[in-house]
Ligand binder design. Structure first.
Ligand code: NDP
Length: 469
């Protein structure tokens, strides 16, 4: 499969960004025409509620649109100015040459979004793509890739399913690895890529903090935290995993969050807000975090129990929590909101940074300048002020995890596409050249002396240095 993809890639590369954009747009059309089918399939294989699934099957087309529209500009060769006298006789440029085959390893929480946000720029760049979805959720991703084949697009996109060994095989077969998943598996993938000297970009786990300050709009904060923590049953890398509320507003915030959380309907029906989780193992993790918190003195104000059937866990509000508890330090990846009382902004920042993860965070305040100042002190790749998730569909912004949350970045305008390319430096003479340059062979004392003066002229700064006075 990898060999066939490589064979097809050269023609794909050579057809140029404008023709490739045409195929990407046709694919977007196919996806939108099949939204109902894809959404039903996604609901069936993940247990998501339909509104959560719809975000995947529709909003993710944004990644296709953006890179189809911008690829030609982002891939255009760039002229580079001379850096000094030595390079002055040359015209300098850099060009972007796609990696032949990119491997995408995708987790189970967003089988389409997390595939499309990397497949779109990689294909637009001119790469072939081999995508491996999680063994838990292979169906919808495979169907979206069938769509590529159904529109008659060049054979530069293929899907493999299977467990971790299939992921390992993808790592071996491709030229660039884009991995999204847990930090533990990401480390293994990075280790193997280091052995193979293969470029890799990692989007890993998170433990995103929310900071609620005393001047926040508490109604908006409460609703935002509930959606940001519970959307997709909390199985979002950038979901709100822990909340720090300053003392002055803590009680009022908890009351509002409890009311909003308590009103959520959970189930598999058309009118439900919160669906099931994808795997039983993840429900076990959520249950363990809640139990451990209880044992250490936390109180459960809403929810706190797993469902009697299916992979359900009730939307849960935990209070009286602290950093001795796994619910505040480990990735829960489930529908829980632990809220901790803090004295002030400074303590909130210190605790938010007290994590091995650094994916993103939210800050809730009416003073946007203050929000930016807090953002500046947070050790995370993205900060949303008075909102959750909004950086994700702002394709011009990078999505990157700091610390154990990742290595490299995805999206982010031109960079999101150029990461799938090797950069080639080109120099060409600006003017007619002689048979030999002054610094070439054969050496002689006279030529060396002249070359020395020329090199000194170039290297020095100021008359004294340049002329050796
Ligand atoms: P895993 O790390 O378990 O799996 C991720 C993918 O890697 C799956 O397709 C998996 O296959 C595959 N895989 C497993 N072992 C290997 C291996 N040795 N070599 C190569 N590939 C392998 O993560 P989850 O699927 O559990 O996903 C949840 C995690 O993803 C969470 O930590 C979450 O925070 C993170 N995530 C990060 C995002 C980000 O942008 N930073 C976005 C979304 C999620 P299989 O499942 O078949 O075993």
């Amino acid at each position: 499969m990898a060999r066939d993809l490589r064979l097809a890639q050269t023609a794909w590369r050579d057809m140029g960004p404008r023709v490739r954009a045409g195929w990407l747009r046709a694919w977007r059309g196919w996806i939108l025409d099949h939204t109902d089918e894809l959404t039903d399939l996604l609901v069936a294989e993940t247990g998501k509620v339909r509104p959560d699934a719809l975000v995947e099957t529709t909003a993710s087309c944004e990644f296709i649109s953006y890179y189809a529209d911008h690829a030609e500009k982002f891939l255009a060769p760039e002229r580079v100015g001379s850096s000094g006298l030595l390079s002055l006789p040359k015209r300098l440029s850099r060009t972007y040459r796609p990696y032949p085959l990119v491997g995408l390893i995708v987790p189970w929480n967003f089988p389409i979004t997390l595939f499309l946000m990397d497949a779109a720029p990689a294909l637009a760049a001119g790469c072939a793509v081999l995508a491996k979805s999680s063994e838990m959720t292979p169906l919808t991703c495979a169907r979206v890739i069938e769509g590529w084949q159904e529109i008659g697009a060049p054979a530069v996109l293929q899907h493999v399913s299977g467990a971790g060994d299939a992921g390992q095989a993808v790592v071996e077969a491709v030229d660039f690895v884009q991995f999204t998943g847990s930090t533990a598996t990401g480390r293994r993938v990075a280790t193997r890529c280091a052995e193979l000297l293969k470029p890799v970009s990692l989007e890993l786990g998170g433990k995103d903090a929310a900071i609620v300050l005393e001047d926040a709009d508490l109604d908006r904060a409460a609703h935002g935290l509930v959606w940001g923590g519970i959307f997709n049953s909390g199985q979002v890398c950038i979901s709100v995993e822990r909340v720090y509320a300053v003392d002055a507003v803590y009680d009022e915030l908890v009351e509002k969050v409890a009311a909003a959380l308590g009103a959520l309907r959970q189930g598999a029906g058309a009118r439900d807000d919160v669906g099931a989780m994808v795997t039983k193992e993840q429900v076990d993790t959520v249950e363990r975090h809640v139990q451990e918190a209880r044992q250490r003195g936390a109180r459960v104000l809403v929810g706190g129990e797993r469902g009697t059937k299916g992979n359900f866990f009730a939307p849960t509000l935990l209070v009286d929590v602290d950093h001795t508890m796994s619910c505040m330090t480990e990735e829960t990846f489930g529908p829980t909101l632990p809220i901790m009382r803090v004295a002030d902004e400074a303590e909130a920042i210190t605790l938010a940074n007290d994590s091995e993860y650094g994916l993103s965070a939210t800050v809730w305040t009416r003073d946007l300048g203050r929000g930016r100042r807090v953002a500046d002190q947070l050790e995370v790749g993205a900060v949303n002020i008075n909102d959750v998730f909004s950086n994700l569909f702002a394709v011009g912004l990078p999505h990157s995890g700091w610390k154990s949350s990742g290595m490299g970045a995805r999206l982010g305008g031109a960079q999101g596409l150029r990461k799938y390319c090797r950069v080639q430096a080109i120099t060409e003479p600006r003017m007619p050249v002689t048979t030999k340059e002054l610094t070439w062979y054969p050496y002689s004392a006279r030529r060396t002396a002249i070359a020395g003066r020329v090199l000194r002229l170039a290297a020095g700064r100021g008359l004294r240095q340049r002329l050796g006075l």
